[in-house]
Design a protein around this ligand. Structure first.
Ligand SMILES: C[S@@+](CC[C@H](N)C(=O)[O-])C[C@H]1O[C@@H](n2cnc3c(N)ncnc32)[C@H](O)[C@@H]1O
Length: 226
């Protein structure tokens, strides 16, 4: 079984097109104020100054989902990790536009932040449209693998929720197989068609919109930590 920490190579580019001036300003000024502390154990009090339910988004892309959820639940604390600078800059724009004070960001690998949180501390973990790594020989780089899932399971409270969305048929089958083998997660599906319908409180992300534009199906999975 791959150690979750060896999976840190699993993301590709960290930087894309040049940031617009306003975005560069946000990265310079707002990001340091909202960043997860670089070292040491993390918990709600250290991150938000009080005890509150915590949510964690792995690879938030441009941050639409993270900002939507944080706006919906202003008394909860949201932690998002994304290594891609342009995504972080876009997310900062959403946080500023919505005046959100309940989000902390990490520009980098999600697993390295997750492992610093106490066990059984998270109410929700979100993994939306993870990089598909479609070739079989790259399957071990997928986030849905025993190493990262063990870490996610450890950090979720009993009864807490893991939400996974994908528009990739290979990933969909893979996720069903890998998650189906786990005894620590129950699939919250009431009928076989459940995973075709967007659950409430789950806004469309940029990748999801792109998939739909291009005529691809999207699958939504909700799992409860046993
Ligand atoms: C296909 S994109 C989806 C982005 C977003 N969740 C959405 O639905 O629009 C996958 C994202 O996962 C990020 N990612 C990949 N590996 C990661 C890791 N180890 N930690 C955090 N983010 C990661 C990538 O940088 C990329 O932005």
């Amino acid at each position: 079984m791959a150690d979750p920490l060896t999976l840190r190579r699993l993301y590709g580019r960290a930087k894309g097109r040049r940031l617009r001036e306003g975005q560069a300003g946000l990265v310079e000024q707002l990001l340091p104020a909202l960043s997860v502390p670089a070292e040491g154990p993390l918990d709600s009090r250290r991150l938000f100054g009080d005890e509150r339910p915590l949510h964690f988004e792995i690879g938030f892309g441009a941050g639409e989902h993270l900002a939507f959820r944080a706006d919906l639940l202003p008394d909860h604390g949201f932690i998002g990790a994304e290594p891609f600078l342009n995504g972080v800059a876009a997310a900062l724009g959403h946080l500023q536009d919505k005046h959100l004070a309940n989000v902390r960001l990490h520009m980098g690998d999600a697993l390295s932040v997750l492992e610093r949180l106490p066990d059984a501390s998270l109410r929700f973990v979100y993994l939306l449209h993870p990089d598909p790594w479609p070739k079989a020989r790259h399957a071990k780089r997928r986030m849905v693998n025993p190493g990262p899932l063990d870490l996610i399971a450890a950090k979720l409270q009993p009864g807490a929720e893991f939400r996974l969305g994908t528009d990739d048929p290979v990933y969909c089958r893979w996720a069903m197989m890998v998650m189906g083998q786990r005894r620590d997660f129950d699939w919250l599906a009431e009928s076989a068609r459940d995973f075709l319908a967007r659950p409430g409180g789950w806004p469309e992300t940029r990748y999801e919109a792109k998939a739909r534009r291009e005529g691809r199906e999207v699958w939504y999975f909700r799992y409860r930590r046993v």
